[in-house]
Design a protein around this ligand. Structure first.
Ligand code: ZN
Length: 573
């Protein structure tokens, strides 16, 4: 048993006190802080927030020998008294995978907080915490009612448990009889009420979305036997992180005010809840078990994230909370983004998954031209797979259920071969087709698949000629934010970060002014500044290009086609 105590009573300094106590089993013990947290594929070097590390046994301080940036070795006496390891973690980074502590709340991603102790991965852990007055802590681990302590049966179970604390209230609800808890922190006091005032049916709607997830998996109950939702309601934000028995969501108050804001939020809820199966319990073999200190290459992240991103749009619809037209809008938006991402012709879907650590999570101004997100292309391939499988009398959900039954339910990690096999059993020709979609750079036949359900993608042309540059207003002037590869601006010699000063002698002040001054066909003179030096570039704009695509119904679709569409929208075979 390892005891972990967290002290959150110093919010002014944003420091979390950590104390680990155990009876040492080894005379040489390595301790190491994780470099990343599962679900977020970036080496974060959490150790940069750790300070004041010390180890004590029987009143004596033990020397710590540094083995690496995040690893130490110490030599306790296994026949002596308990070993205590103490340190502090600076909690100033507000995200779903980092730590934040101030006078309003505390949020801890435990991978950033608790050292991995050699030989104690499968030990039991007991977690407790000290809090400022009137605060409560919420954690998805089983809690002893008398002592308030939580218990985890392994280091992995502990790290999979985020901790949120503050003067918050917990709102309970049930999904198929399974207890769920809703906790919202939103900066100023009463933020959760702000949300409930706008959406009084919020918890009932979340419950319906959760039930729709269970139905999709063919299950009566969620996989978890209790579940915690933590929502950070910020001014502007979007994201989530999945866990076995919980999720942490972050969403913008301003986004709730948008017409599609509430349904986007329900899709986010569906996405993270579906992860309780896909990627958490039904997990790629490369993540079984998890190496917290190095970056494992996971070629099937497209299945974990792309399939979940595709299905999350259907779940609020299956729950009866959105219309078919709204679903077409949302699917169309993804397809549009995909069609407008030139990087899809540079990076394959498998490479995108394998390179998550160094590309998707480190995207820069050139990313759209050199890479494609495995969420986005994964969702597009998931759409094609679903519609392909439906031609064989099956569906994507049927494949997910098959994998859940063969692997996820038993905690067996799946290999790429297992994944391919599961698709091939439902549709034999996918044995050849799917690897082409994963390794190739050509687009799948989207138009062909969409036509099977009576839909087509329609291009909307931009009004202005195409310059292949996006400009943004910065304190210093109008800056080139993105320069399309092979586009007119790139050919003229422009690069990201250049200041756009004048076009054909007219001083540029606003992005709209630049767009309005573009002319197709004839050459234009663009005055820019780069590293403080002026340059004149010859810009030759191209004719207007498609600026977005919309998913539209094909007029006069056959009754058979419309019936296929209905079954697809409701995600039934
Ligand atoms: Zn996800």
């Amino acid at each position: 048993m390892v005891r972990v105590h967290l002290d959150l009573c110093d919010p002014q300094r944003h420091l979390v006190g950590v104390e680990l106590e155990l009876q040492p089993q080894l005379a040489r013990l390595q301790v190491q802080l994780p470099g990343w947290t599962p679900g977020s594929y970036l080496i974060r070097d959490y150790v940069r927030q750790l300070e004041g590390l010390e180890a004590l046994q029987d009143g004596t301080s033990l020397p710590l020998r540094r083995l690496g940036p995040a690893a130490w070795q110490l030599c306790p006496d296994p026949s002596g008294g308990p070993l205590t390891i103490r340190y502090r973690v600076l909690a100033t980074e507000l995200s779903v995978r980092t730590c934040h502590l101030d006078d309003q709340h505390g949020f801890l991603a435990l991978a950033a907080v608790v050292l991995e102790l050699e030989g104690e991965r499968w030990s039991g852990y007991e977690l407790s915490c000290s809090l400022p007055p009137h605060w409560q802590a919420f954690c998805p681990l089983p809690q002893d009612a008398a002592t308030g302590r939580w218990s985890a049966d392994s280091y992995d179970a502990l790290l999979d448990s985020p901790l949120e604390a503050g003067p918050h209230r917990a709102l309970p609800f049930q999904v198929a009889g399974v207890p769920h808890t809703w906790v919202c922190w939103g900066g100023p006091e009463g933020a959760d009420q702000w949300l409930l005032d706008r959406h009084p049916a919020l918890l009932a709607d979340v419950e319906r979305v959760c039930e729709a997830c269970c139905r999709l998996l063919g299950e009566e109950h969620p996989a978890a036997d209790h579940y915690l939702f933590v929502l950070h309601l910020l001014d502007q934000a979007y994201g989530g992180l999945e866990h076995d028995n919980s999720t942490v969501l972050v969403y913008g108050r301003r986004d709730f005010e948008k017409p599609n804001g509430y349904r986007r939020f329900l899709q986010l809820v569906a996405h993270e809840y579906l992860h309780q199966w896909n990627v958490r319990r039904l997990r790629p073999a490369e993540l079984t078990p998890i190496d917290y200190h190095r970056a494992p290459i996971v070629p099937s992240l497209w299945f974990a994230e792309g399939v979940t991103s595709y299905l999350d749009q259907f779940l609020p619809h299956s729950a009866g909370l959105t219309t078919a037209e709204q679903l077409f809008d949302d699917l169309g938006e993804d397809l549009s983004r995909y069609r407008l991402t030139p990087g899809r012709q540079v990076q394959s879907l498998r490479s995108s998954s394998q390179e998550a650590w160094v590309k998707l999570y480190k995207a820069d101004a050139y990313a759209a031209d050199s890479q494609v997100s495995y969420y986005l292309k994964g969702a597009v391939v998931a759409l094609c797979l679903d519609l392909h499988l439906r031609q064989h009398g099956s569906s994507l959900a049927a494949v997910l259920r098959r994998l859940w039954t063969s692997h996820g339910r038993w905690g067996r990690g799946y290999s790429e071969a297992d994944l391919l096999h599961a698709f091939q059993v439902e549709a034999p020709d996918l044995g050849e087709q799917l690897p082409r979609w994963l390794d190739g750079l050509d687009d799948p036949d989207l138009d062909g698949y969409l036509s099977t359900v009576g839909l087509q993608l329609e291009a909307e042309m931009a009004a202005a000629p195409w310059a292949g540059v996006t400009a943004r207003l910065d304190a210093g002037g109008l800056l080139a934010q993105r320069v399309w590869r092979h586009g007119p601006a790139e050919q003229a010699g422009l690069m990201v970060g250049d200041e756009l000063i004048a076009l054909d002698g007219e001083r540029l002040r606003q992005p709209e002014q630049f767009t309005a001054a573009l002319r197709a066909g004839s050459g234009q003179e663009l005055l820019i500044a780069r590293r403080g030096q002026l340059r004149t570039l010859a810009l030759q704009c191209a004719p207007p290009q498609a600026e977005r695509y919309r998913l539209k119904a094909i007029a006069g679709a056959s009754p058979d086609c419309l019936e296929r569409q209905r079954r697809w929208l409701e995600q039934v075979v």
